[in-house]
Structure formats: structure tokens, C-alpha cells
Design a protein around this ligand. Structure first.
Ligand code: GTP
Ligand code: MG
Length: 193
């Protein structure tokens, strides 16, 4: 699959506001500042599609994008970053929870974790929300340009152990090198069938 068209559709907070296009949908979830919006830009090949920020808490609504007029991508807000106030968690958690339980066409969730961090309660909460709705999850380790190959292997082990899935595998991404684009596009094509 080649992505040749990517457009913003709309932002939503409540299920009544979600777009009603009959397309298979893919969501990008993860802690604030992990690189969700940047990765969507990289995957769609449009660096200005989604706003990216140096401060956490940039994405505050669920933002929907149409891809090739055949697929949808949802960029979710994140929380769980030290500088994001607890008030935001109170807004975002129910928003995300409602989304996962009200989106029949959601085919796969990409859960992003920073390759340099050991995931914690946020990621476990997301995995249980998603799998509780029988939706598959792919774990993507972001910002891989920040670590050497050696460090990457060590981090991978720690990340998988902390998520309680030691035998599983991870996908790697970097918006600096373009790593991960192929894997993500392949997963999207595989799961949209
Ligand atoms: N080095 C490096 N920096 C990255 C990468 N991906 C994202 N960043 C940087 O990380 C910061 C946060 O990126 P965003 O894409 O806004 O993160 P987000 O997860 O959408 O954040 P919120 O919308 O606040 O939840 C920005 O300064 C990005 O430039 C990457 O692969 N490598
Ligand atoms: Mg964002």
C-alpha cells in the first residue's frame, strides 16, 4: 500500500462527534510527548498534517484523518507525563476509554512507548482498555535515533518485561531516520482487510 492522500477530517471529544465514514480505523495512543503526532506525519508522508509540540499535552481532542479515501487514522491525546497536570488525565482517560469501547471499525491500536523509558501504569491501562474491547495492539518503541543498537536491545527487554509480555516483539520507529514507516504501513494494510 502506498499512502498518497492524507486529510484532516475532524476533531472529536464525544462519540456523537466521531466521523461516520465507513472506513477501517487505526489509532495512535501513548503518553503525552511520546511522538504520536510526529509518527502520523511520518507514516502519511505529510510533515504538516498534524501539529507536533516540544511541550507535552499538544493533542487535546481525538483527531481523525482520512487516508487514500479508504482508511481512517485517529490521533489520541496522551497523559501520564510528569508535566501534564492531573486535570488533563481526568479529561483524557474517559475520552479515550469511550473511544475504545464505541468504535466498531477500529482494527488495530498502535501503542507508542519511548524507547528510553520503562512503561508503567499508563501503558498497562491502555493495553487493558484496548484488549478488553477485543482490539489488537502493536507496541511501537519511538525515538529510536536516541539510542545505540546495544542500548536498544537492553531497552527492548525492559519494556517487554514491564508490560508483562516478555516473549512478544516490538516495532521500532524514528522520525529522524524514517525507521518504522514500512512496518506500520504493512500492519495497516494487513489489518484493514
Ligand atoms: N529524536 C526524535 N524526536 C522525536 C521523535 N518523534 C517525536 N519527537 C519529538 O518529540 C516531541 C513530541 O512529539 P509529538 O509528536 O508532538 O508527541 P505527541 O505524542 O503527539 O504529544 P502530545 O500531543 O502532547 O500527546 C516533539 O518535539 C518531536 O519533535 C523521534 O522519532 N525522534
Ligand atoms: Mg500529539
Amino acid at each position: 500500500m502506498k499512502i498518497n492522500k492524507a486529510e484532516f477530517i475532524k476533531s472529536a471529544v464525544k462519540p456523537e462527534q466521531y466521523p461516520q465514514l465507513p472506513y477501517p480505523e487505526f489509532a495512535f495512543a501513548g503518553r503525552s510527548n511520546v511522538g504520536k503526532s510526529s509518527l502520523i506525519n511520518m507514516v502519511t508522508g505529510n510533515s504538516r498534517l498534524v501539529k507536533v509540540g516540544s511541550k507535552p499535552g499538544v493533542t487535546k481532542t481525538i483527531n481523525f484523518f482520512s487516508i487514500n479515501d479508504t482508511l481512517c487514522i485517529a490521533d489520541l491525546p496522551g497523559y501520564g507525563y510528569a508535566r501534564v497536570p492531573i486535570e488533563l488525565k481526568k479529561q483524557f482517560y474517559p475520552m479515550i476509554k469511550l473511544y475504545f469501547s464505541n468504535r466498531d471499525r477500529l482494527k488495530l491500536v498502535f501503542l507508542l512507548v519511548d524507547i528510553r523509558r520503562v512503561p508503567g501504569d499508563f501503558e498497562k491501562e491502555m493495553i487493558s482498555l484496548v484488549t478488553g474491547n477485543n482490539i489488537p495492539v502493536a507496541i511501537i518503541a519511538t525515538k529510536c535515533d536516541k539510542l545505540s543498537k546495544n542500548q536498544r536491545a537492553q531497552s527492548t527487554k525492559k519494556i517487554l518485561e514491564s508490560l508483562g509480555i516478555p516473549g512478544e516483539s516490538l516495532f521500532y520507529s524514528s522520525v529522524k531516520s524514517g525507521e518504522g514507516k514500512k512496518d506500520i504501513v504493512n500492519l495497516i494494510s494487513e489489518y484493514s482487510r
